[in-house]
Design a protein around this ligand. Sequence first.
Ligand code: NI
Length: 175
Amino acid sequence: MPTTSIMPIIKVPDPILRQRALPVSEITDGTRQLIEDMVATMYDAPGIGLAAPQVNIGQRIIVMDCGKKEEPNLIQMINPEITGISEAHTVLEEGCLSIPDQTADVERPAEVEVKYLNQDGMSQSLVATGLLAACVQHEIDHLNGVLFIDHISRLKRDMILRRVMKELRKSTVDK
Ligand code: NI
């Protein structure tokens, strides 16, 4: 039986979060295992989305589940690309496993079309609205070294980063 492992989640200010991830050129059993591990890590956190750079892997892979507890909706994407966005924008509160315990309102296109490969290398497309639209844009941002705090004012961003650094220092002293 295949086993999965929970991977450590990289937090700000680690520079890996600011690097551009590389496309997956060949989907191997290793790729599929990595995706399984990312899914397990996301559910364990718990979170609704996770991008490979957040587990220290510079590859263009994201996993998401914006479904409800009774109705999970696991989506796994390799080399995702936004191919269309709506003119209408919407504001949703976002958080990030790499920026623990912080949230902010982020404005993004309300609807996006995404093309990607599944674990078998088949080309897929998805039109996302609502929470899933925000989630898929947030996760694709991670592949480009972009964080949700880059979409808010400098004042709010600095405030969030200051809070995270303070917590980080506290937890280092506690250990
Ligand atoms: Ni995130």
